[in-house]
Design a protein around this ligand. Sequence first.
Ligand code: SMG
Ligand code: MG
Length: 388
Amino acid sequence: MTATTGDRSSTSAWRLDRVELRRIGLPLVVPFRTSFGSQTARDILLVRAELVDGAGGRTEGWGECVALGEPSYSPEYVDGAQHVIVHHLLPRLFDLAHVEAATVAPALAAVHGHPMAKGALEMAVLDAQLRAEDRSFADLLGATRETIPSGVSVGIHSSVDELLAAVQGYVDDGYVRIKLKIEPGWDIEPVAAVRQLIGPETPLQVDANTAYRRTDGEHLRRLDDFDLLLIEQPLAEEDIVGHARLAAEIETPICLDESLVSAATTADAIDLGACEIANIKPGRVGGYLEAVRIHDLCRERGIPVWCGGMLETGIGRAANAALAALPGFTLPGDISASTRFYAQDIVVDPITITDGQVTVPRSPGLGFELDRAFLDDCTTHTELHIGR
Ligand code: SMG
Ligand code: MG
């Protein structure tokens, strides 16, 4: 994929005219517990960007901010993301003479951090630009596949029996890979039980969301008995050296999630031996363009990648499904069906799985159409920001 899209001349350059920030509330069909907390509902920030060109042409697009309600997965949280967008990011974008996906990150680079807030803006611009070009995201990316395998992330349960019932349900739904959330006290026993339930062939992996310490190597080595695809983010996000040491201590491959905040940090983690597999989440790294750069560098270095999830609605999941159709995504991602988390989605074409596969969306834009009536029903707040 190239850094710029389209071949507009400067006279027809897009300008950011207005941005709507919309908050929606969606209950989860079942609580989702990780080592850092339990989610029962999502409070999601959506961004609608309206672009105009010199000839009066107009296009609009939507982005989804993946920040959670609390700063517990990473330092960002939804109220903070909205604040930084309004006070620090939008003024910079409204000042730009030429707005397209590739100009967003450079224009926002003076603001440190806040990748999820930045990524949501880039995403809305990307969707708007692709819709104006009548082009799909998958096409822009050069996505090589029509379908991608679907994995599911399974939370911490209050008993192993409950966990096994949940996992059996997902196996029956057709998911081709199971990921279990783990933490100290909920690791060896549930993993052993699930491995026994699903048999030796079904791919299984675990995600600790930073719950372990450097001294836990001996304990985590016990997971080597269960032929796991990977262990995701066992240690603190800053602890790249600790992950490298752990990689030398255990056989289960180390996959980083929270630690990988950019292409540069990913390259360093790989060089240090801390990252044998990479979880790519566009929101965590500031957007889809940086996500593609991480894909490219991992592919060059022979590091398998897969697409993570942040309990996105149909907006984010559609874009993730297109991204995951790139050739370096050799492992199933956390791109489960919309119904895994939500009874109803805000799009008319939510992600479904058939025989364990998700169809890569090919409609213009990021690959979704909004269900405007339901979107309005679940909206809790809207505000409009107008450029100069
Ligand atoms: O979107 O299917 C999904 C959830 C995938 O487990 C998932 N995400 O650390 O990878 C991760 C978590 C982050 C969100 S937990 C609330
Ligand atoms: Mg993770």
